[in-house]
Design a protein around this ligand. Structure first.
Ligand code: PMP
Length: 425
């Protein structure tokens, strides 16, 4: 059970300790509620109170609608954690990193004058986090022997696309950029792109779903480094990242995903100016209330760095334990396998540390288990099919960053699924 006001959907009772029978373990979304107990332990310290007359203006004390204190504290945070070099670089805020991805694609594309025929090609390596790219061709065509799972996936992809397009037609209906799919298609092509080709490559490092550190694969591309998970909760930090475009999000740092706050550390002044213009026209900056709340959270995080009640230590301990429990259950299975992650040296903890990824990337090994998400669903586990990540239906993703109750139920369901396997001969 848990102590906050609402029970997890599968639990009832005053202290949420009654587990409903046959309730599916939901390991679908990457909702970072594993950090909720940390903030419960620091409730007073992290609270923000705002009087009614406070912060009424459009203006902030920094240019471009940003709070100078927050910008300064983000730089201090990166320095304290050692995960990014911000010296000599600009910082721009967005409503989550999601808004920044759109802003970046716009700002990195050639100017949209009528004489320009060049488009930017947006690419990523599979499996990738399908954030601002609505796959223009669903990966599954329908035909006579389409399975139910494939059909559902097809509908799901279509809905994702429709949602995105409906809400953001003008923004995303690429007049200046085109989604060009997987880097592997381009890297292996006989006519590999020349350095002058307008390629924007998304590099999610650590990767979602696998949790491994990644490098760009296309020579000469403009790279957007999505560092949502480049924090000691989720990953070893071998060295500070010193890239030209690095995107971070508070959603995965403190877990306050609904505050919608992300930032990009950016080297190039021209791109910085274009980003600011985009954000001014699009939303006139990020909510000042959000900036105030995030400032408070970041101040607490910095004050605790490398102390006993450090959020990174809490996050790492929680996730590495979850990872090791899941591995233990799957180690007796021949039907399912998990991604392999080695222990790695981390400059933050100054030691070789165990893996603590945000997601489990499960592969169904049996020939007949073609739709791995459907196999898990039958056993009462909701996961996210690998098709969404362009990795095929033999893979599926489990979120390991939700509440303790979600995790307990997931482990329970998986344990009983694995225990039904025929013992290996
Ligand atoms: N990038 C990656 C790779 C993610 O997995 C997520 C969250 N699922 C985000 C970014 C976060 O998006 P936002 O900052 O808009 O909450």
């Amino acid at each position: 059970g848990r102590s906050s006001c609402e029970c997890n959907t599968c639990y009832r009772g005053r202290d949420c300790s009654l587990l409903l029978p046959n309730c599916a373990a939901d390991a679908d979304s990457g909702d970072p509620l594993f950090l909720e107990p940390y903030w419960q332990q620091h409730a007073a310290l992290s609270a923000v109170v705002v009087s009614g007359w406070h912060r009424m203006s459009y203006r902030t004390n920094g240019d471009n609608f940003i709070s100078l204190q927050l910008e300064t504290h983000l730089r201090l945070l990166h320095e304290a954690v050692g995960n990014a070099v911000t010296d000599g670089k600009f910082i721009v805020f967005g409503s989550g990193s999601t808004q920044l991805f759109n802003a970046l694609i716009r700002s990195l594309s050639p100017d949209n004058d009528s004489s320009s025929s060049s488009l930017s090609n947006v690419v990523a390596s599979a499996p990738y986090y399908p954030v601002s790219q609505c796959v223009s061709n669903p990966t599954h065509a329908l035909n006579d022997d389409t399975s139910r799972g494939d059909f559902l996936t097809f509908i799901y992809q279509l809905l994702l696309c429709l949602q995105m397009y409906k809400a953001q037609t003008d923004l995303l209906d690429g007049r200046e950029f085109e989604w060009e799919g997987l880097t592997s298609d381009w890297a292996n092509a006989s006519s590999s792109p020349s350095p002058s080709a307008n390629f924007i490559e998304f590099v999610t490092s650590p990767n979602n779903p696998e949790g491994t550190l990644k490098r760009p694969v296309l020579p000469g591309s403009t790279v957007i480094h999505d560092h949502a998970y480049y924090w000691p909760h989720y990953s070893a930090i071998p060295a500070p990242s010193d890239e030209d475009i690095m995107v971070f999000t508070d959603s995965k740092l403190s877990g306050h995903a609904s505050s919608r706050f992300g930032w990009v550390v950016i080297k190039d002044k021209g791109v910085y100016q274009k980003l600011n213009r985009y954000l001014q026209l699009n939303s006139m900056g990020v909510s000042r209330d959000t900036q105030l709340r995030v400032l408070k959270l970041v101040k607490v995080i910095i004050a605790k760095v490398k102390k006993q009640d450090d959020i990174f230590d809490f996050g790492y301990t929680t996730l590495s334990e979850r990872w090791s429990k899941l591995n233990k259950i799957l180690s007796s299975s021949t039907r399912f396998s998990l991604q392999k992650l080695p222990p790695q040296y981390c400059s933050y903890f100054n030691k070789i540390r165990d893996p603590s990824p945000a997601f489990g990337w499960v592969k169904c090994e049996r020939e007949e288990d073609k739709d791995c998400a459907a196999v898990l669903l039958k056993a009462g586990i909701i996961s996210r099919t690998g098709i969404i990540f362009e990795a095929g239906s033999r893979y599926t993703r489990l979120s390991l960053i939700k509440t303790e109750d979600d995790m307990d139920l997931l482990l329970q369901r998986f344990e009983s699924l694995v225990s039904q396997e025929e013992p290996a001969v």
